[in-house]
Design a protein around this ligand. Structure first.
Ligand code: ADP
Ligand code: ZN
Length: 622
């Protein structure tokens, strides 16, 4: 291995920091990484809770390199193992995997390497690990540590439960001297306790990182023309980025993907109704190619480990805050700015309320569902920091408003909607609680429609009593009333709005109601949450991307495995001219320096030569 990176400071570095820089090309640890690594290197057990993108992998990869023997990683997602192994091999780490998807010859070779002490890390599927043969092999090999990834799979309450995980408590008994580290991104305390109990990790140190994803910008807007809104968002902010667009129905994913394709985007549909080979192909393209937009139902996402997803857009509202957080969490794993963008409208509220009303179960269950639905609706209508509300939902307190969500960046106006709400409720009441929002708006506005005449609603005192607002404003009032639980949607009654007990004090004038002023059709963000900041030369960035693309496709790996966007950006601003300067770029370790420095240095040199001719280099006198 090369010893050229920052040699002056080297002697003072801890071995972990030294490896971090030499192998991974990073110059500092994030959050609790260092503590966790020190604990495991010293032989202690650890239970690690970190959000997606927090940097869990390093917490076992580095100790595996620092300790004698091979690190054994237990992971439930066979599909991801190969990717993890290629990423490690790019870094010059000796890695392999053992699972049922591999051919026997490959497995045999990996097993030999493990036994011979020629592996730094091996990924094993849980069902294979607990086989007698495998245990024998492990006993015959030197094991540095066991890492149990996605440790929440031991929880029978969660939806990712894997029976094979339950048997993992044998590790403790079979290999008492080998440290174990369990990792998960699942927040709640009950699951954490269950992990500790089931995996016999009672004496493990717990490391709990906050759940915030500060690089994700949360934005929730009103739905008026979804297709146009999405197109505008993409054109203005993510014209060439990879992202996910979530829709509720299969048909809508296909229609939206087709519409995006017609506009020149590289968009693919994904839902459970597609033939398995099409699904696999679309997913592989999303991972392997740059800038693909996946238009998907919630069937897409589990185990998608793509670091450079720059946006997650929701065209329909998810059912719960948990789902929203998990889906948006797929954006920006690499820590670069990313957008969580959602539009919603009254129809979403009605649809979800109806779905909820149809759900069956005990009274307690229905109450819990109701609570969850109210929470997501509340998040949409909130006029204060969205991140704060999100984190509060998960029991975490954010001391300051975040400054990186739409309500922080563009505080919404509120108005005293008490009187309007009273009129709206009265319109619903006086028409017999049998009509949907459009008819109620007609009544308030005094529109003499056929339906109004048919039911003699032109004689009601509320008829025409709402001239101070227009149709859209009234719809906004109704939406917020449903969202806040003053009105409910009748399931059988085609969206008829009915009064709920909660509106009594409001009608009696004992309560005042602040309503959110709906923003004008979604404005452009003040500052784009794109991965390319203004000071980066887009021509050079594109040239570097192209170089990355070629190197990636020659090896059949995704471009981000060559370098993350952050490294390319670093190259744009540092403009390295030789290997020593290239080594200082984030993400450049010894292995990548050797493999890729020449290609990228040539692109940069070519660019500098070209722009010198035209006088375009920043800082060059014209
Ligand atoms: P998780 O498994 O927690 O979702 P990963 O381990 O995949 O997260 O890490 C997320 C991203 O952050 C990866 O691209 C990784 O290379 C990067 N990363 C992790 N630790 C550091 C660090 N100390 N410095 C810079 N980048 C890091
Ligand atoms: Zn905020």
């Amino acid at each position: 291995m090369r010893t050229g990176k920052g040699p002056v400071y080297w002697h003072a570095m801890s071995p972990a920091l030294d490896l971090l820089s030499r192998v991974f090309g990073y110059d500092s640890f994030r959050g609790p990484q260092q503590d966790i690594i020190d604990t495991v290197v010293a032989g202690g057990d650890a239970l690690v809770l970190m959000p997606t993108g927090g940097g869990k992998s390093l917490c076992y990869q580095l100790p595996a390199l620092l300790r004698d023997g091979c690190g054994v990683v237990i992971s439930p997602l066979i599909a991801l193992m190969a990717d993890q192994v290629s990423a490690l091999r790019q870094l010059g780490v000796r890695a392999g995997c053992l699972n049922s998807a591999l051919d026997p010859a490959e497995c045999a070779a990996t097993e030999r390497a493990l036994r011979g002490g020629e592996l730094d890390l091996v990924y094993i599927a849980p069902e294979r690990l607990t086989q007698h043969r495998m245990l024998e092999l492990l006993h015959a090999s030197r094991i540095a540590l066991f890492a149990i990834d996605e440790a929440h799979c031991v929880s029978q309450w969660g939806h990712d439960f894997r029976a094979d995980y339950l048997a993992l408590d044998l590790l403790h008994r079979e290999f008492p001297g080998v440290p174990r580290i369990a990792l998960t991104a699942t927040a709640d305390e009950r699951t954490r306790a269950e992990i500790a109990r089931r995996l016999e990790l009672q004496s493990a140190r717990h490391f709990i990182a906050g759940f915030d994803r500060p690089n994700i910008r949360y934005r929730i807007g009103l739905k008026n023309n979804p297709r146009q809104q999405l197109l505008r968002f993409l054109a203005q902010e993510h014209p060439t980025d990879a992202g996910i667009v979530y829709c509720l129905s299969r048909r809508k994913t296909e229609e939206t993907a087709a519409a995006l394709t017609a506009e020149g985007y590289r968009a693919l549909p994904y839902h459970a109704g597609l033939p398995p080979d099409v699904r696999a192909e679309n997913q592989a393209r999303f991972l392997r190619e740059d800038g693909i937009i996946m238009v998907a139902t919630i069937a897409f996402g589990m185990g998608i480990d793509k670091p450079d997803v720059r946006f997650v857009a929701h065209l329909d509202m998810p059912k719960t805050v948990e789902a929203y957080y998990q889906e948006t969490g797929r954006a920006g794993r690499d820590g670069d700015p990313a957008d969580a963008w959602m539009i919603y409208g009254l129809q979403d509220v009605i649809k979800l309320r109806q779905m909820m009303a149809q759900s069956e179960g005990s009274e307690a269950f229905v109450r819990a569902e109701q609570h969850r639905l109210n929470a997501i609706l509340g998040l949409c209508e909130i006029t204060t920091c969205r991140r704060r509300a999100l984190l509060a939902y998960f029991g975490e307190e954010l001391p300051q408003p975040c400054g990186n969500c739409d309500t922080c960046l563009d505080p919404p106006a509120t108005w005293d909607g008490t009187e309007a709400a009273q009129k709206a409720l009265s319109a619903a009441y006086r028409t017999g609680q049998r009509f949907g929002v459009n008819h109620l708006v007609d009544v308030l506005l005094g529109n003499t429609t056929d339906k109004v005449v048919q039911f003699d609603h032109q004689y009601l005192p509320t008829f025409g009593a709402g001239g101070e607002l227009d149709g859209n404003q009234w719809r906004s009032v109704f939406r917020q009333l449903v969202g806040m639980g003053y009105l409910e949607v009748d399931v059988e009654g085609f969206g008829a709005l009915k009064l709920k007990e909660a509106c009594r004090p409001l009608l009696r004038g004992e309560e005042r109601l602040a309503l959110r002023e709906d923003p004008k059709p979604v404005r452009a963000a003040r500052k784009k949450a794109t991965a390319i900041p203004e000071d980066v030369d887009p021509v050079l960035f594109e040239a570097l991307r192209e170089c990355r693309r070629e190197l990636a496709s020659a090896q059949g790996v995704p471009p981000y495995m060559i370098f993350h966007d952050r490294s390319l950006r670093d190259m744009c601003s540092a403009l390295p001219r030789n290997a020593a300067e290239f080594a200082a770029i984030s993400g450049v370790g010894a292995s990548k320096l050797e493999k890729y420095a020449d290609s990228f240095l040539a692109v940069i040199a070519g660019h500098l030569a070209g722009s010198q001719e035209t006088g375009l280099v920043v800082g060059t006198e014209s």
